[in-house]
Design a protein around this ligand. Structure first.
Ligand code: ZN
Length: 563
């Protein structure tokens, strides 16, 4: 049931919670919980969830508004205030979780809410202590500083002035000189800002390591995994998965890069050639923002009643912000307003094929949330990230038959490019993960040593890469453009694990589309009610950690791509 209703997201405003009032609400909940047993204990946990949803909705909205206009002083101030008080709410929440975990009526609570949410709360109970409150505030501030720095970047290329998102269309141009120019200005900017980027990251690494030690962990890696709420696999499983990527995907990626070099007709594939799979440049969606939304409406209408209703709701309530404009934060994401039970999609359309990829990706997240929005407690609405990315990356493939709506005669070229990129992504994604393991194992490394770590993983996972004379990039600075490394440590292997599942959905949909789509929708409806392995099993897929799974997942792609 939802407590909040609104017609237009653009005008939605939520009251800033008062810390003292929230404290009182928690004191009342504790008093009730202490006396409660059986059904009353269940009712107290449900009321606590209502309070959390209110606080979460406000926090989500504050973060969304800031990303919509990072230069708006009121949004910036609200975001800063939110970052200041968020750890106080986390403290109250964690204390309450501990009380619920230790409650004598736990069997009744588990019977009502399921066992898994208790595993999540047990995980959360180890990742927070009031001793790290100030560190968390500083961590958020450094994250905002990184976002603001990148959002403010401006480039002149091909006679146009663009921001970081706007550079992509030049990076994917059929004109090699323009591609080079886009890469040159981009990496010149990163070189010019290297000192600030190094300072922010160095502080983040020390801060995170300090938090881990205060909480009794040896390094940030253990804490990072717990903050990601990974309850059913650990660093050793991920290390084994990385070995599978090296053995099963890196050689295939090398063959695809060789084929790309031949297709593009270049003597040697350079870093600035990598984004383009075709001498004609990557296919571009026909028309602008409104055409894309209209095409998406037609597409989802044709994919069944739930997907149709979902997308019509997104359009009707203004839950899409897709246009690129100056001052807007980069990237794309899906968030939600828990109290209203609605998702929100943020993107930066720039006229490239990526617009469609990001859009179908974020729609996957949003549709999953829409389907599981009534899960209780609200911890079970969103799954953990590696599972959440199955919903998004699989929808990118499940929408393939509708790509004519976006690309017309270029749809087949889009599908081939998309599949190629999906395979090529795996080594890159794994490199980003491996790099972070190295970084947090040696937190006192210098910025130059961190760049050397990146060079080392690049040599392993991306051995064909050639940066030519690009400043900074060739010296190991490329990781600095990957926002997850700054903002969401260890959130990256998730994409590779999920891609392994998405490729299974892709293969499945090729032979039995209706069955694959039904399994997909059923997976979305479960939301986050199970851990990763449970969701994978529920969907009828094989676990990426199972021996041979990744190799099988890429074999069909290899055949289709003729590599
Ligand atoms: Zn995603």
């Amino acid at each position: 049931m939802t407590a909040l209703a609104f017609d237009d997201f653009g005008t939605l405003a939520l009251p800033t919670p008062d810390v003292a009032e929230v404290r009182e609400a928690y004191a009342a909940l504790h008093a009730r919980l202490n006396r409660a047993s059986g059904d009353e204990a269940v009712a107290v946990v449900a009321d606590w969830d209502t309070l959390r949803k209110r606080l979460e909705s406000w926090s989500s909205l504050v973060h969304i508004r800031f990303s919509q206009d990072t230069r708006n002083d009121a949004y910036k101030a609200a975001r800063e205030h939110c970052d200041e008080i968020a750890p106080k709410f986390t403290d109250l929440e964690t204390t309450f979780k501990k009380a619920v975990l230790a409650h004598p009526s736990r069997p009744a609570l588990e019977a009502r809410f399921g066992r898994f949410v208790f595993d999540l709360w047990a995980c959360d109970a180890t990742t927070f202590d009031p001793a790290i409150e100030a560190d968390l505030v500083e961590e958020s501030k450094l994250g905002s500083e990184y976002v603001a720095l990148l959002s403010a970047a401006e480039f002149t290329v091909g006679g146009e002035t663009v921001n970081m998102s706007g550079l992509s269309k030049f990076a994917e141009s059929a004109d090699r000189n323009l591609r080079y120019e886009a890469a040159a200005v981009r990496w010149r900017w990163f070189a010019d800002n290297a000192e600030a980027l190094d300072r922010i990251y160095d502080r983040l690494v020390h801060l995170r390591t300090g938090m881990a030690r205060k909480l009794g962990f040896e390094s940030y890696t253990e804490l990072g995994y717990r903050r990601m709420r990974r309850t059913d696999y650990g660093a050793a499983d991920v290390a084994r998965f990385r070995e599978a990527v090296l053995a099963d995907v890196v050689p295939l990626a090398g063959a695809l890069r060789k084929a790309q070099e031949r297709t593009l007709g270049v003597d040697r594939l350079m870093f600035w050639d990598e984004p383009v799979q075709d001498p004609a440049g990557n296919p571009k969606p026909a028309g602008g923002h409104d055409d894309l939304v209209a095409a998406a409406t037609t597409m989802f209408d044709g994919m069944g009643p739930d997907l149709a209703a979902f997308f019509r709701l997104m359009v009707a309530r203004g839950l899409l912000d897709l246009k690129n404009r100056s001052g807007k934060a980069g990237g794309g994401y899906c968030s939600g307003i828990a109290e209203a039970g609605v998702p929100f999609i943020f993107a930066n359309f720039n006229g490239t094929m990526g617009d469609v990829e990001v859009f179908t990706h974020e729609c996957g997240h949003a549709f999953q949330y829409y389907m599981s929005r009534n899960n209780t407690p609200s911890d079970l609405c969103w799954p953990t990230y590696e599972a959440a990315e199955i919903h998004s990356m699989s929808l990118e493939f499940l929408t393939w038959p509708s790509m004519e709506l976006f690309f017309g005669a270029d749809a087949e070229r889009f599908r081939r490019t998309h599949l190629t990129k999906a395979v090529l992504f795996c080594p890159y994604g794994t490199a980003v993960d491996h790099f972070q393991h190295l970084v947090y194992a040696e937190p006192d490394a210098t910025p130059a040593e961190r760049n050397a770590m990146w060079r080392r993983v690049e040599t392993q996972y991306l051995p064909t890469r050639n940066y030519g004379d690009l400043p900074h990039a060739g010296a190991g600075g490329v990781w600095q453009q990957q926002r997850h490394i700054y903002l969401s440590p260890f959130y990256y292997i998730d994409y590779v694990l999920a891609q392994t599942c998405a490729l299974q959905f892709w293969a499945w949909s090729q032979s039995a589309r209706a069955e694959a789509l039904a399994a997909y929708e059923s997976l979305c409806a479960v939301g986050g009610a199970k851990p990763f392995s449970g969701l994978v099993t529920h969907a009828g897929l094989r676990s990426p950690f199972a021996p041979g799974c990744l190799a099988d997942a890429v074999t069909r792609a290899r055949t289709v791509l003729g590599a």
